[in-house]
Design a protein around this ligand. Sequence first.
Ligand code: F3S
Length: 425
Amino acid sequence: MLSKPDLRLTDKDQAMLAGEFGPAPQLAMRILVQMAQIYGAQELLDISAAHIDSTIYIGEAGLEYAERLAALGAKVAVPTTLNVSGLDEEHWREWAVPSDWAHKAHRQMMAYASMGAIPTWTCAPYQTPMKPAFGQQIAWGESNAIVYANSVLGARTERYPDLLDICCAITGRAPATGLHLEENRGGDILMELVDVPASLQELDVFYPVLGTLMGKLAGERIPVIANLGVVPTDDQLKALGAAAASSGAVAMFHIAGVTPEAPTLAAAFHHKKPSQRIPATLEMLTEVYRGLTTSRDDHLDFVAVGCPHFSLDEIRKLAELMAGRRRHPDDRFIVTTNRRNRDLAREAGYLDTLLAFGCQLTLDTCILATPMLDRSLRSMMTNSGKFAYYAPGMLDLRVTYGSLEECVDSAVAGRVVKGGDVWPV
Ligand code: F3S
């Protein structure tokens, strides 16, 4: 029988475990202690923020868990944001979402909101006013958010699974392990770009491809990218991390000279040697680029963009591409974002352009988190590496991967139109 490692608990941890703070912190601490022992942590540490991924309704167990905590009077102890939910409360009736399912998804949303969490309903909490700071200890769920927090912001979080994330939020504590600790944040493998033109590196379409390749090569390890000749935008880094966390289990990456813990290549590796050096050639990237498309013809039922949730700047770019145009009547165009960004887009004047084009906004959820697509929608085009990676297996869709420009051009044409820009194939 395996012996459990010793876990040192503070007096306050012990008091929570004994029920002195009430039944909800007691339950949360009991789960947290069990999980900390499984992780091999020797102590817990204070966190100052949390992001909850258990908000998506995926069945009775998750709903029962949330409502049980809520009924016990659970309240979050630190500022806590909420991931996408299972329901677009404004638009779900326009889609194939069953009403019973919608009712339960709504109950799960309300349970988490009742715990005092901020109803952000987004998988991009790092693009809200709740963005964590460098060095901040946090407990975040949602793979793309985890990788962005660690890599781009230099905040510190492990990969928190559903159900454990809320235990951290209620107790304000997390296992002192993994990426919370400085010694575990150095790079493992070196991924060197070889012969990748700078003109390609500047394009948005490049980053989901690079991220997909990075995830395949790195698995759970921390990759360090070298020879990138440009400084990616926040949205490009978002797309890079989301794809890497999909095709692999990347929770952190470094880009030498770009990300905060990698001012130099040596610093990224904590002045140690990489365990492996892997070239990332244009040929390898092109193979990944092609592999993200599973559709074999130019048939198109709908376009979906906004994975991770579209930022205001991405909505602005989309509005520029859509101005004065209209989608083909046989196709649909879905933009997934959250209600805050929708409101900001309305104030900025972008929303009217999107609606005039024939866009449908899906708020606070996405096509993978809510059963909105009926069987008539089989051929999708997307600019998202994460949607392209998961949609064939999870939703049985045929996917074409392309740039945002190509997505808009295709929606206008009513069929897949490629080659408007960019990839040098
Ligand atoms: Fe967000 Fe859904 Fe993509 S949760 S990261 S839009 S799969």
